[in-house]
Design a protein around this ligand. Sequence first.
Ligand SMILES: CC(C)(COP(=O)(O)OP(=O)(O)OC[C@H]1O[C@@H](n2cnc3c(N)ncnc32)[C@H](O)[C@@H]1OP(=O)(O)O)[C@@H](O)C(=O)NCCC(=O)NCCS
Length: 182
Amino acid sequence: MSSTKAKPVADSRAIINEIVLPNDTNSLGNMMGGRLLHLMDKCAAISAQRHANTVCVTASVDNVEFQAPIRGGDVVVIESQVNRAFRTSMEVELNVWAENPKQQTKLKSNRAFYTFVGLDDESRPVEIPPIQPETEEEKERYDAAAKRREIRLVLAGRLGLEDATNLREDMRAAIQASPSHS
Ligand SMILES: CC(C)(COP(=O)(O)OP(=O)(O)OC[C@H]1O[C@@H](n2cnc3c(N)ncnc32)[C@H](O)[C@@H]1OP(=O)(O)O)[C@@H](O)C(=O)NCCC(=O)NCCS
């Protein structure tokens, strides 16, 4: 089993910088979404493994929005960190920018949350260390992560709405009405 001593968010931070080449783009010359998701998964895996100090796998990816295209020739900048660890799983937040070094611009492209699970040598989920949030921002992310976890587990059919104690009544009603919760 890994150590269960709480660790700071900073220990899990990871950054990937990658130039977007023609092979990464679609027919409009913009980065393909699947290529970006692949890089995001890699960055998130680095954060998860830096936190858990064991092999980690992607359990789920929350909805990802592509707010602005990343163009060929841009540098895609991906930053990730563990917001909160639960028992064997953890929420990894990713923020993505498109940087154009020539024009000296850096535009936010998207934000996403991935859930990773730490595994032992037999590929079974293993307990991971908790996160010790330090700054106000880290504490806000830590609190919000518990709510997002309940939403994703309810939507995945792994948690009953009645057990989603962090969710407010109006959020429960919205989930109840969503097509994926049928
Ligand atoms: C993720 C995986 C390890 C979970 O295994 P499992 O047998 O369901 O194990 P458990 O029920 O004990 O769940 C383990 C943890 O995963 C979390 N989890 C499982 N499915 C989840 C989902 N859809 N969303 C969020 N968390 C999830 C559980 O809540 C639990 O977290 P906790 O211990 O912090 O409370 C297993 O489904 C797996 O190996 N999936 C394939 C992973 C993979 O290969 N990813 C790459 C994609 S190709």
